[in-house]
Ligand binder design. Structure first.
Ligand code: 4AD
Ligand code: MG
Length: 486
């Protein structure tokens, strides 16, 4: 078969180029055999929909052997040859089809391709191909993460994930933000957002030890102990103190042993950081940003959203529209505690001022009490990071969490403490060695400015936009405790 440009199935399904010969390539979803022809459903990942290939044995036989049988009668021998030739065209096999686009007479599709030639690139033995049958559970698919992009569900999730990543860059670019790349390997653990993974090239059989038995990191690759970052925020702040509006979007790592449907050990985070923003500007940006992303998905991913809405969550599209049209409820942590205490609900975890809110508390506020996204502010300072701007009451800080239905916390952020003395006192109180954060303190020493920022968990966003229930199902290769096979 000659190698010219293939058409994408997404384009063909909208095309009216009837009668023109074209080339499609993709993976077979199903084949239905009849006496003189077969229907093949072909998918190339450009859309959740497959295109129907009408494979007429007579036409294929004629073209395969380039014999022009004048009387149009079928030579029984070559007829069997074509049936044998098409045998390995089974679910999961990969083929190229040259054929004519025609209006479909059958139900369920508007166009189909009448095949003139079929070339088989790769077979998929029905006895051993794990996706031979339809309707596998999501848990089984996690065990075959290398093949699950072939399913309609993961195709839809991956396309939406791509669209959201693109929309994030577009939003910031259109609003005058600069994308800065913050390091993945870091020498500081100042954030305190969670346990960290160590990065080392020390010989594990014969590691250099100090007299006290600890590893001698001066002999390690970087000459000091290094870890995988939990957040790009501190470095983003350095950028904001020069470029005013910046964001990072990269992988972050947390070595917590939390096996929940909302936690990954490796996840992606979007962290904008804005000079001259206070906590209210920060909330305005966060709300505008996530609404923009939901609207972008509604506008650009209608087929995938309809598929997920039908298959997994029939309130998905309504929920997305609901977020776009709602005004997020803003209240303080203290007010939230009062609401929870007056709710009459029995929670697994007690509701006490000073304790971190649990997912059950957050979801009560969002789903039952307010019925829309909620932004909580002014958290007790003892449960928040050292960099948050301290309130005059001496008890709370200008942190904010954006809470979503079904997800709970989707964004965490704050106004930052820009006052050098206040920040220094806080790091001393929290026993953070000044030698670890001297560079961070320098921004408060030289040309400090009020500023704020937040972090959006990318996979939590994708969970919400796809309606999937488990965070392992919205990232191609999830990293969770005891799981890094693929
Ligand atoms: O609230 P977090 O820990 O905030 C920070 O890291 C700040 N440095 C952000 C900033 O102000 N620039 O994390 C931010 C978000 C959470 O709201 C959540 O959506 C997501 O990151 N997140 C996780 N997502 C998946 N798995 C985990 N283990 C996550 N931990 C946090
Ligand atoms: Mg948080």
């Amino acid at each position: 078969m000659e190698h010219r440009r293939r058409s994408k199935i997404a384009d063909l399904l909208k095309s009216k180029d009837f009668g023109i010969e074209l080339l499609v390539k993709g993976w077979v979803r199903t084949k239905r055999e009849k006496k003189n022809f077969a229907f093949i459903e072909l998918n190339d990942g450009s859309t959740v929909k497959s295109i129907q290939i009408f494979a007429d044995y007579f036409v294929l036989e004629k073209n395969l052997f380039s014999q022009n049988t004048l009387d149009n009668s079928l030579d029984p021998e070559s007829y069997n040859t074509i049936i044998n030739y098409l045998k390995p065209v089974t679910t999961g096999s990969c083929i190229a089809v040259k054929g004519i686009l025609v209006e479909s007479v059958g139900q369920g599709q508007s166009v189909e391709i009448r095949a003139n030639h079929i070339e088989i690139y790769g077979t998929a033995d029905p006895e051993s191909y794990p996706l031979q049958k339809k309707g596998h559970g999501l848990e089984f698919l996690r065990e075959i993460a290398h093949l699950r992009p072939r399913t309609n569900t993961f195709g839809a999730v991956l396309r939406i994930r791509h669209a959201m990543a693109f929309a994030i860059h577009k939003y910031f670019n259109d609003n005058g933000f600069y994308y800065i790349h913050t390091p993945i390997i870091t020498g500081s653990d100042a954030e305190g957002a969670g346990a960290m993974f160590r990065v080392t090239t020390l010989d594990d059989r014969n590691p250099p030890l100090l007299p006290d038995g600890h590893l001698d990191y001066t002999q390690d690759f970087f000459g000091k102990e290094t870890k995988l970052t939990v957040s790009g925020q501190l470095e983003a702040e350095l950028g904001a103190m020069a470029l005013s509006l910046v964001y990072t979007f990269g992988p972050t790592f947390r070595a917590e042993n939390s096996n929940t449907p909302r936690h990954l050990a490796e996840f992606w985070m979007i962290e904008p950081e804005m000079a001259f923003y206070d906590i209210n500007d920060n909330m305005d940006l966060a709300e505008d940003f996530v609404k923009y992303l939901m609207q972008y998905a509604l506008d650009h991913c209608p087929d995938d959203l309809e598929f997920l809405n039908k298959m997994y969550d029939n309130e998905l599209i309504d929920r997305l529209k609901g977020v776009v049209s709602s005004r997020f409820k803003r209240l303080t942590y203290t007010q939230a505690i009062e609401i929870l205490q007056a709710s009459g609900q029995t929670f697994e975890f007690p509701v006490d001022w000073g304790a971190d809110l649990q997912a059950e508390h957050e979801r009560y506020l969002v789903e039952k009490h307010f019925g829309k996204p909620v932004i909580l502010t002014d958290y007790p300072r003892d449960i928040k990071a050292f960099y948050m701007k301290q309130n005059p009451d001496g008890k709370t800080v200008r942190g904010m969490d954006v809470l979503f239905p079904k997800i709970g916390e989707i964004i965490g952020g704050s106004q930052r403490e820009e006052n050098l003395d206040a920040l220094r006192n806080r790091i001393h109180e929290m026993n953070i060695p000044e030698k670890d954060v001297w560079w961070y303190l320098d921004t408060r020493k030289f040309g400090t400015a009020p500023h704020a920022g937040f972090g959006l968990g990318f996979e939590r966003l994708i969970l919400f936009v796809t309606g999937m229930a488990n965070i392992r199902d919205v990232i191609p290769f999830p990293r969770t405790p005891k799981n890094a096979e693929f």
